[in-house]
Design a protein around this ligand. Structure first.
Ligand code: NCD
Length: 353
């Protein structure tokens, strides 16, 4: 069974094929209008969403399928204390594929190893968001004609921004990409993301948005993730770290493209929206096309076998308060050794210490 919990669950060939399918869907929507007739997508959203949930639902409807689900934890049995594992087993009786968003890191993975249908991670805490990356990849490909040899500036909350983690893991697999990571020191990219990438890509870190503005092919803006901060004062201090305005774009390349997973708070002025380089609204449309391609791909591959559990070693307890093991006491703590020799939790990737 194929589930997509991490963007690394998809090979580069699969990503390239999905991009081709998405472009074909866009050109010939009628050819796809019945492809999921009789199939059901369950959207299990334990956290707020506009684009991801609605684009998943629109994707399934445009494939001729149906949708069931919930858009907040309070309207599901999670509010009565039902575990993610049990929820996944139950929904497997009613649907053909699951898209799950959850505030706890590792929750969609727990769903995947317990479900008998494919599970798609629609965002888990500050960890991964692989389907936003699919939207990002199609946008870069359509706008720049390639996914390699690009200088990509990624700006904002690189610590909690799950879209950033998945994007870096995906783009690092295409040759010649360079990442300029722009964030306040407090919101730097977690080391587990760099560990996954290894020496496949070059990273430059800075806190100055303007330092490399003239070098970027892609400028990926993100919001500071208010809901992930334990300390409200720290959020207030950092929330306006970067605000993109038209005057900041004067040194940027004419063919640079500005992406943002959205929602924006105030990190991109609305005055930038009229700039030809702004493509965040097209990106949202691309998200629906890639989710259609992903649903088709996963339903075709469904062989009825379980998604494989990661083999980990016991002996440590995960101390991350946003790990799924913090609320689901019956989950066994397990850790795996990374390329850098550090043990990390198999659910949330936080270091064992
Ligand atoms: C992102 C998310 O949920 O992580 N939104 C989205 O899915 N497009 C980005 C964000 O919330 O900042």
């Amino acid at each position: 069974m194929k589930s997509v919990i991490d963007i690394l669950d998809l090979s580069v060939e699969e990503l390239d094929d999905m991009i081709k399918t998405a472009i074909d869907i866009s050109a010939h929507p009628d050819r796809y209008a019945d492809r999921c007739r009789g199939k059901k997508l369950a959207t299990l959203f334990f956290e707020p969403s506009t684009r991801t949930r609605l684009s998943f639902e629109a994707a399934m409807y445009e494939l001729g399928g149906n949708v069931i689900g919930f858009s907040e934890a309070n309207s599901s049995s999670a509010s009565k204390g039902e575990s993610v594992a049990d929820t996944a087993k139950i929904v497997s009786c009613y649907a053909d594929i699951i898209a799950m968003r959850h505030p706890k890191e590792g929750a969609p993975y727990v769903a995947a190893i317990n479900a008998s249908i494919p599970v798609i991670n629609a965002g888990d805490g500050g960890h991964h968001h692989p389907t936003q990356t699919l939207a990002d990849l199609l946008t870069v490909y359509r706008e720049r004609g390639r996914l390699n040899d690009l200088t990509i500036g990624i700006v904002g909350d690189l610590k909690y921004g799950r879209t950033v983690h998945s994007l870096i893991n995906a783009m690092a697999r295409y040759n010649g990409n360079k990442f300029v990571l722009v964030s306040p020191p407090e919101l730097k990219l977690p080391d587990y993301v760099k560990n996954d990438v290894g020496d496949k890509a070059e990273f430059i870190e800075t806190s100055d948005l303007m330092e490399y503005m003239d070098k970027f092919d892609i400028l990926y803006m993100t919001r500071i993730q208010r809901e992930r901060f334990a300390d409200r004062d720290e959020y207030n201090r950092l929330k306006d770290s970067y605000i993109l305005t038209p005057d900041k774009l004067t040194t940027a390349k004419k063919d640079m493209r500005i992406l943002h997973p959205l929602p924006r708070v105030n990190e991109i002025s609305v005055k930038v929206d009229d700039d030809d380089r702004a493509c965040y609204f097209k990106q949202a449309l691309n998200g629906k096309l890639m989710r259609m391609a992903l649903i088709l791909h996963l339903l075709e591959l469904n062989d009825g076998k379980k998604f494989p559990a990661i083999k980990g070693e016991s002996g440590y307890v995960c101390k991350n308060p946003t790990c799924i093991t913090s609320t689901e006491q019956e989950l066994e703590n397990a850790f795996k050794k990374g390329k850098d020799g550090v043990y990390r939790c198999i659910y949330c990737d936080k270091r064992a210490d």
